[in-house]
Design a protein around this ligand. Structure first.
Ligand SMILES: Cc1cc2nc3c(=O)[nH]c(=O)nc-3n(C[C@H](O)[C@H](O)[C@H](O)COP(=O)(O)O)c2cc1C
Length: 176
């Protein structure tokens, strides 16, 4: 698949068929995500990979809204986070007004790489922002110096999903 085909093949999938994703494949996703750029190469993103059935079911209970139902049949849940007060800081001081915001930026970049690698390997994903971070922290013993970001559901789709429309190019671009 070309990069364009990979980007179009990737969709947010909300119904999974229970087919496994191997440890090697999960490792390949994170290794590829590590190739993303990061603020001063600080690499503060972290990945807490939940792949045992028992812990997946406990982690699904920490998801909000209808996300527990949407993640039935997933093979793994990846809780993503970043080390705060390090990223965007030098000697304890924020480098600019972005501060810890650069941690969110870097994590999002890395996660985008992870999603694209998954699509290339024909593995499906759902980025989940509606989740209870503190319940996940307590379940997985995630250290307090990490800000918890999105949870990424990983598995195989039951059926293809529609591509939600994108805004018009001119609405999002200004050329000077
Ligand atoms: C930061 C972020 C948080 C999201 N949170 C959720 C969520 O909690 N539940 C959900 O079903 N989809 C969630 N999504 C998926 C978006 O709804 C989806 O990406 C968007 O509708 C575009 O569809 P597509 O991913 O198929 O292109 C989230 C996406 C992002 C980037």
């Amino acid at each position: 698949m070309t990069l364009n085909e990979i980007a179009l093949h990737r969709r947010s999938i909300r119904k999974y068929n229970g087919q496994p994703v191997s440890r090697e494949e999960l490792e390949a996703l994170v290794r590829f995500a590590q190739e993303a750029p990061s603020w001063k190469n600080q690499q503060t993103s972290r990945y807490h990979i939940v792949c045992s059935a028992d812990v997946i079911s406990k982690a699904r209970a920490c998801l909000g809204g209808s996300n527990p139902q949407k993640t039935e049949g997933v093979s793994a849940l990846i809780v993503t986070s970043f080390k705060h007060d390090i990223v965007g800081h030098t000697h304890g001081q924020p480098d600019n007004e972005g501060g810890n915001g650069w941690g969110w930026y870097d994590l999002g970049l890395q996660n985008a790489y992870l999603l694209l690698k998954a699509a290339e390997l024909d593995i499906d994903t759902l980025v989940i922002g509606i989740r209870n971070a503190e319940e996940l922290r307590s379940l997985l013993q995630i250290p307090e110096d990490e800000t918890i970001g999105a949870v990424i559901a990983v598995g195989h789709r039951v059926e293809n999903a529609q591509r939600p429309p994108r805004k018009e190019f001119d609405e999002i671009v200004s050329v000077y």
